[in-house]
Design a protein around this ligand. Structure first.
Ligand code: GLU
Length: 508
């Protein structure tokens, strides 16, 4: 029986999480839930130079917002704690030492100048790739070329050193990626990668492999930018003696620019006026603020739906998926190889769909706050009615208030084209008759009753209602089109309705 699925999201806290990182986390999560497995969160912070304060909190908050639940890992704990790599350095040191003892890795003492000189030498000799490898290593200062006593003395003296992988000269490295199929690489294309740095911390490659092994990871689902590293990782599993439990790899397609050519960048987002980070981010050094999907008014379920379909689809026409539906339908084998074009209009369309589905009572406070901030009286009850009338016409909750401008403001101008086409004697008679009828109206001023009143008034005046409806709307809102007029009047109230009819009669 195969072991239970365990996947991990392993971001580096080097800044705000990119939306592509959120997609990676989401695909891991969907896969884990689909397979009844576990989702881990590991913080890969071994590159101290790139550490950014606040980035880890940002990652946790982003995952929470989007609705990805972590089963084990940073922030929730678990049997393999600690989940921050900077707190696990002895573990990596032990494994690096084991590789040395088994002759699969070696100490290297070369200074930056010496490495530079090697590169220059090779470049001058027109060597295809100037790298530290099976050939060049023998001309360098390392434990393969130095006497054991000297190596020992240097280490004891505290000389800085790194540990490098002794990459074989001629070996075939193969891996079967779940999305890309077989990937074959010759080991001569892999250099003698540094595994442990002079600060005693591991590089990404060593820490990642050691942790994936120790944490029992069965599937590594990550961005395509890691595909070139995958053969090295396979080699590391082999050298560490863990090849039989090596996880399966799945490298996700890139997110492409809106035009579809090249990788999506922060610059594209800035130029296009859309966010590329899940949450707003304030750079701790520059104070610069980058916009976030959340602060821009996107709902998490819309972002989830949008991201899920960036690089995967179930092969049906269905576009709207809740998280549970995604879990039920997601299939890693159906993830595309080709890059996915980042189409922000699609994200807006999803938001529109989910705004429509939100209960009115949840969106009402936003409208009320905006209205009050603009100096209007607005009860929660009124805000709810406005939401109900207008939420189907917007992409974002904050647009409802703007859309409601004809409710809060009596017209000061009237659409000239509609005036020219529709404001005639019948229109004037209709508006007058409606006003008169409303003056004797009693009872609840609700859409149905208003509709009857209008209908009766038009009948008595002998006017065909269809002919004057646009003029009626013009008189009441200044415009030729808009949401349901009777519901609009219900919200405006009787007195304001009468007032607007009178103003129109006076102005037009
Ligand atoms: N720390 C790496 C990153 O930030 C993880 C890559 C992987 O998943 O192996 O993308």
């Amino acid at each position: 029986m195969s072991s239970p699925v365990r996947v991990r999201f392993a971001p580096s806290p080097t800044g705000p999480l990119h939306i592509g990182g959120v997609r990676t986390a989401l695909y891991n999560y969907l896969f884990a839930r689909k397979m009844g497995g576990k989702m881990l969160l590991r913080i890969e912070d071994t590159d101290q130079n790139r550490f950014v304060p606040g980035a880890e909190e940002y990652i946790l908050e982003s995952l929470r917002w989007i609705g990805i639940e972590i089963d084990e890992g940073q922030g929730v704990g678990g049997p393999d704690a600690p989940y921050r790599q900077s707190e696990r350095r002895e573990i990596y040191q032990k494994e690096a030492q084991r590789l040395i003892d088994e002759g699969k890795a070696y100490y290297a003492f070369d200074t930056a100048e010496e490495l530079d000189a090697m590169r220059k030498r090779l470049e001058q000799a027109n060597a295809p790739a100037a790298q530290y490898n099976a050939i060049t290593r023998m001309q360098m200062r390392n434990s393969l070329t130095m006497k054991p006593d000297e190596v020992k003395a240097r280490i004891e003296a505290g000389d800085p050193f790194v540990i490098r992988l002794k990459t074989p000269r001629k070996e075939e490295v193969r891996l079967n990626d779940l999305i890309r199929g077989w990937v074959n690489v010759h080991s001569s294309a892999i250099d003698d990668k540094v595994l442990l740095k002079s600060d005693g911390l591991p590089t990404y490659h060593l820490a990642n492999i050691v942790d994936d092994h120790l944490m029992g990871i069965t599937h590594v689902i990550r961005g395509e930018e890691w595909l070139p590293s995958a053969p090295l990782h396979v080699l590391l599993y082999r050298y560490l003696g863990w090849e039989s439990t090596m996880p399966q790899f799945a490298h996700l397609p890139l997110l492409l620019k809106p035009e579809g050519n090249g990788k999506l960048s922060k610059r594209d987002a800035d130029l296009g006026g859309f966010p590329i980070f899940p949450l707003q981010w304030t750079d701790p050094t520059t104070g610069q603020v980058a916009r976030g999907f959340r602060e821009d008014g996107y709902l998490p379920e819309a972002v989830v739906n949008f991201l899920a379909l960036l690089g995967w689809n179930p092969g049906t026409e269905q576009e709207l998926f809740s998280m549970d539906e995604l879990i039920a339908t997601f299939d890693i084998a159906q993830v595309h190889k080709a890059g996915a074009r980042f189409d922000i209009q699609k994200a807006q369309w999803f938001n529109h769909q989910y705004i429509r589905q939100r209960p009115d009572s949840e969106l009402a406070p936003t409208v009320q706050q905006q209205a009050q901030a603009a100096g209007f009286d607005c009860s929660l009850e009124k805000a709810e009615k406005i939401v109900s009338l207008l939420k189907g016409r917007v992409n974002f909750a904050h647009e409802i208030f703007t859309e409601a401008s004809t409710i809060f403001n009596a017209p000061t101008t009237y659409d000239e084209a509609i005036v020219a086409a529709k404001w005639n004697d019948d229109a004037i008679r209709a508006v007058t008759a409606f006003r008169d009828a409303l003056q004797t109206f009693d009872g609840d001023f609700v859409a149905d009753a208003i509709k009857h009143t209008l209908g009766d008034a038009m009948q008595q005046a002998g006017i065909k209602q269809g002919k004057i409806m646009q003029a009626m709307r013009l008189a009441l809102t200044g415009l030729g089109a808009g949401p349901d007029l009777m519901l609009t009047l219900e919200i405006i109230g009787k007195d304001e309705t009468v007032k607007r009819l009178e103003s129109a009669l006076a102005a037009l």
